[in-house]
Design a protein around this ligand. Structure first.
Ligand SMILES: [Zn+2]
Ligand SMILES: [Zn+2]
Length: 343
């Protein structure tokens, strides 16, 4: 089968290779990958700024059709359409596994950078990580299941948005645009902020129902936030860009006693004004990944048509056009780029 492999630790060490098809362990399903999204983390992995274990097949956001099941798998059969979540392996016995948050497991192994991922024709994954896709939800929509689950976890499970709250989302990438949609669903007034290269994403935010969009390179974000909140600031702020400049805006925009949620992962340590937490009596809620219920909620929201992920998939590529695919992800021309391995 064809697979896109990160071959070494250096910048750009990428190759399309012919690999043997994997076969499922007793508790695994073998998926024929229908769609696999490129995520910001993939770009970090390619640049060598996110740890990975080369040689490894990239790709951790994916869905497909069950091609084969392991001998102990009862819940799925060949032909089922499923979406699967990380982590691929956990100990199952530590405090965090037993408490239902396997991403915090110290023995967590993730697919797509620690073990082979989904930028390939086939992938084997534990059946317990899989969820059935409702018949009327397309693979294209479901390809964004992972960022959607991150947004669901942040807005519904880790924080509480009250109707009429003012929510600021800084950083209109996929997670940001989905966070904004869910905050709208919860009844908030939503402002989405981005920079010059985000123009297309900001236009999409408006189409998806944001009350205001702000290009911070041209407009004063704080003025807009003050206008929408009678001067008090945003009740909740979701930082989804993972940049120091975005975080600096978030500290200013959040109201006293408000909530700041750092969702963006920074490439390294940054300098920031930590005093704001104390002086404004802020709640700062860390958010990373998702839990099993986040996926159940995401699938339900897609099935009910309450969240639109279709608009976010702007580009589809076969695996061999990986250079074009990564370029479109990085230069802002795309919102979400999806590989269709069978193209
Ligand atoms: Zn991702
Ligand atoms: Zn564990």
């Amino acid at each position: 089968m064809r697979a896109l492999v990160k071959t070494g630790g250096g910048d750009e060490d990428l190759e399309l290779r012919e690999l043997p098809e994997p076969s499922p362990d007793p508790d695994q399903v073998k998926l024929s990958i229908a769609a696999a999204g490129i995520c910001g983390t993939d770009i970090e992995i390619i640049k060598g700024t996110w740890p990975c274990r080369p040689p490894v097949v990239l790709g951790h956001e994916f869905c497909g059709t069950v091609a084969e099941v392991g001998s102990r798998v009862k819940r799925f059969k060949p032909g089922d359409r499923v979406v699967a979540a990380n982590p691929a392996k956990t100990c199952g016995m530590c405090y965090h596994c037993l408490a239902g948050n396997p991403f915090m497991c110290p023995e967590r192994v993730s697919v797509g950078y620690m073990i082979d991922g989904a930028f390939a024709e086939y992938l084997c994954i534990d059946a317990r990580q899989c969820h059935l896709i409702p018949t009327h939800v397309s693979f294209r929509e479901m390809a964004l299941g992972e960022p959607l689950s991150v947004a669901v976890h942040a807005v519904i499970e880790r924080t509480t948005v009250h109707a009429a709250d003012l929510v600021l989302v800084s950083g209109p990438g996929c997670v940001g645009l989905l966070t904004a949609q869910i905050a709208k669903l919860e009844g908030a007034t939503v402002i989405v902020a981005g920079i010059e290269k985000d123009e297309r994403r900001l236009a999409c935010a408006r189409e998806l129902g944001a009350d205001a969009v702000v290009n911070v390179s041209r407009e004063n974000l704080l003025d807009v936030v003050q206008d929408y909140s009678s001067g008090r600031g945003a009740d909740l702020v979701y930082e989804c860009a993972g940049s120091a400049a975005s975080l600096a805006n978030c500290w200013e925009a959040v109201r006293k006693e408000g909530t700041l949620v750092p969702l963006g992962v920074h490439p390294g340590p940054i300098q920031t004004d930590f005093n704001k937490i104390t002086l404004k009596e802020l709640r700062v809620i860390g958010c990373y990944s998702y839990v099993w219920t986040s996926w159940q909620r995401s699938i339900h929201l897609l099935a009910e048509g309450k969240v639109d992920t279709k608009k976010l998939v702007t580009h589809e590529f076969p695996l061999h056009q990986f250079r074009e695919a990564f370029r479109a992800t990085q230069d802002g021309t795309a919102i979400k780029v999806v590989f269709i391995p069978r193209l």
